[in-house]
Design a protein around this ligand. Structure first.
Ligand code: GLU
Length: 412
């Protein structure tokens, strides 16, 4: 048994605690969320029937700043998953050094069964129910799985109905609705910087690297395009309809155009069809899970042929799989570093909103890059000093920052 998502996150956290030698009281406090809100959301469906949905917002820690994290809409959303993802946000924001804590929210709903106006009503109903728990200095949601700039615009609009004009209540908004240039690409761009830093340290280059990407949503598609631009060979991509492989390298702009036109990869025929499961075991240099959690398990970790696993998704590797990969010499670039680009540019968006001033894209991308370079250096230093894996080092650095803030504020 691999354990639940929350158990997995806590096991990774425990490895960090053990390496740092924290006391059990502090460990318990850092594992447990500060606040959890579970709400029933009732809307009138387009056909006149009543729709009942369950929503969660878990606020994990705010020692370093307001709670911060995405909002996902998916059938798989449950309390355990949201607890795990909220905790990961605390460590991610600390590691990449943006002044936030961690939170996550979700609605248990399948967007494929909902019309656009139903998604809008559900979003507005969520805000109506939780608006007292969120706010620009309290808890700032952002996009996550199946939520986008449009959902964030509704969220901003509905929150403003209660509290007046407050664009900083949510990030990932469309650029025309107080969003930031560069936010849409940010998570994918951050993945590219993380991989470049890790590979350069090993004397390797992105150019000519064979990469297989599971998932072609916002994160996977941006990462694919940016890595392709840098000369990497994206040899496979996949989505819910299956995997598409070309060992000589896919024409990523054509793949992207296909998805924009058709909505998914299904009829893309300029590649060999493979299953999502086969994608994990392809002969490649880098395997990039960029979709759901818990996909690398005891069942497939032994068959992974890549030298690097770049965790673009949150929590893609189960704890036993992580140990298998580590023993086999596969470098796991942990989620709290690899996919921190989104929340980093969320921070830039929030600061722009607060200042009522906008930055240009070059400034955004340069500052994003700087944070990835700095975080990588700090991770390497801990790896060398403590002789630990990249994941343990990343958690150690993040835990130290959160503990220090907690102690200085006297919250213990
Ligand atoms: N949902 C993204 C994540 O998991 C972004 C969160 C944010 O920007 O607050 O990191």
């Amino acid at each position: 048994m691999s354990g639940s998502a929350y158990e997995t996150t806590n096991k990774y956290l425990q490895d960090g605690f053990d390496a740092l030698g924290l006391n059990p009281k502090t460990e318990h406090m850092l594992k447990t969320p500060s606040r959890e809100v579970r709400v029933e959301l009732v809307i009138t469906r387009d056909d006149g029937s009543v729709g009942n949905f369950i929503g969660y917002r878990v606020q994990h820690d705010n020692a370093r700043g307001p709670f911060k994290g995405g909002l996902r809409y998916a059938p798989s959303v449950n309390r355990d998953e949201v607890q795990s993802l909220a905790s990961l946000m605390t460590w991610k924001t600390a590691l990449i050094d943006v002044p936030y804590g961690g939170a996550k929210g979700g609605i248990q709903a399948d967007c494929r069964d909902l019309s656009t106006s139903e998604v809008e009503r559900l979003t507005r109903r969520l805000v109506e129910t939780v608006h007292e728990f969120i706010g620009p200095t309290e808890d700032i949601p952002a996009p996550d799985m199946n939520t986008d700039g449009q959902v964030m615009a509704w969220l901003f609009d509905e929150y403003s109905n209660f509290h007046g004009f407050e664009p900083a209540v949510v990030t990932g908004k469309p650029v025309d609705v107080h969003g930031s240039v560069g936010r849409d690409a940010a998570t994918g761009r951050g993945c590219m910087f993380a991989l470049r830093e890790v590979m350069n340290y090993d004397g390797e280059q992105l150019e000519g690297t064979d990469i297989a990407i599971q998932g072609f949503g916002n994160v996977g598609s941006w990462a694919a395009r940016l890595l392709h631009e840098k000369g990497a060979n994206i040899i496979a991509v996949s989505d819910i309809t299956g995997g598409y492989c070309d060992p000589t390298g896919l024409d990523i702009p054509a793949v992207y155009e296909h998805v924009v036109a058709e909505g998914d990869l299904e009829t893309f025929d300029d590649a060999d069809a493979i299953s999502n499961e086969e994608l994990f075991t392809l002969d490649c240099d880098v395997l990039m899970p960029a979709a759901i959690g818990g996909v690398l398990t005891e069942e497939n970790a032994d068959d992974v042929q890549a030298d690097y696993v770049l965790e673009a998704a949150n929590g893609p590797t189960t704890y036993p799989a992580d140990k298998i990969l580590e023993n086999r010499g596969v470098t796991c670039i942990p989620d709290i570093y690899a996919n921190a680009g989104g929340v980093t540019v969320s921070y830039f968006e929030w600061t722009q909103n607060i200042q009522h001033f906008s930055w240009n894209e070059t400034e955004i991308n340069d500052q994003l890059e700087e944070r990835f370079v700095d975080a990588h250096e700090a991770i390497r230093q801990t790896m060398e000093e403590e002789d630990v894996s990249m994941r343990v080092a990343a958690f150690m650095n993040a835990i130290e920052r959160v503990c220090h803030a907690t102690e200085m504020r006297g919250l213990q």
